[in-house]
Design a protein around this ligand. Structure first.
Ligand SMILES: O=P(O)(O)OC[C@H]1O[C@H](OP(=O)(O)OP(=O)(O)O)[C@H](O)[C@@H]1O
Ligand SMILES: Nc1nc2[nH]cnc2c(=O)[nH]1
Length: 186
């Protein structure tokens, strides 16, 4: 048997110490509800769906097959966390292209303070989109107002650093099919 790397062992220890917040089954049900709501509202608008990389990758991959109407798909990339636990300055790694005149739906993994989604919506509308809706799989419950609220929310999560379902913990565990919260320091 090969010797397990320290990265592997650290990742396993992080997961073992974490708390499960939403099971894979609950996540799947939430996806179904979101797909119904989005279909009801945007199903006849031929929207441009923009996934925010990289956190939205799991949400997007699971949601798109549930949207049974014509749409265009592209991705954007903006980050303000990098591999840090606290938000910092925005960095556009791929800007929104060809949004003028379109009804746009932005998909992201989590709405925390809302600064990222606010900046995205502002940029898309400034580029002449007809409308811009936002869908986040996880909405963090905060004891203060957010910069923006999302039009579609999958699940609420507690005010802790969460990971899984596309969200990373120190670059790890985006591949989990449920949502977990990191253990808090004693
Ligand atoms: O509501 P906010 O407080 O602005 O935080 C939410 C943003 O933070 C994460 O992005 P991150 O910069 O970590 O990039 P990632 O998608 O690559 O994980 C997440 O994907 C959201 O885009
Ligand atoms: N992975 C992850 N990214 C975030 N971005 C903002 N809040 C969070 C969080 O709780 N988890």
């Amino acid at each position: 048997m090969t010797k397990k790397s320290s990265c592997y062992l650290d990742a396993m220890a992080m997961l073992e110490a974490a708390d499960e917040i939403h099971s894979p089954q609950v996540c799947e049900q939430a996806l179904q509800h979101m797909a119904q709501d989005i279909t009801r509202d945007l199903g006849e608008t031929y929207p441009l769906v923009l996934a925010v990389m990289g956190g939205a990758v799991v949400f997007t991959g699971k949601l798109l097959p549930l949207l049974k109407f014509p749409l265009d798909f592209d991705y954007i990339h903006i980050t303000r966390y990098g591999d840090r636990l606290q938000g910092g300055e925005f960095e556009w790694l791929r800007e929104p292209y060809e949004v003028a005149g379109r009804d746009v739906l932005v998909l992201d993994d989590i709405l925390d303070e809302g600064h990222t989604m606010k900046a995205i919506v502002a940029e898309i509308m400034a580029r002449g989109a007809n409308s811009c809706h936002s869908a986040v799989f996880a909405n963090k419950l905060l004891p203060k107002n957010k910069a923006i609220t999302a039009d579609y929310v999958g699940l609420d999560v507690p005010n802790r650093f969460v990971f899984g379902f596309g969200m990373d913990a120190k670059k790890l565990w985006r591949n989990l099919d449920g949502i977990y919260a990191m253990s808090e320091p004693d």
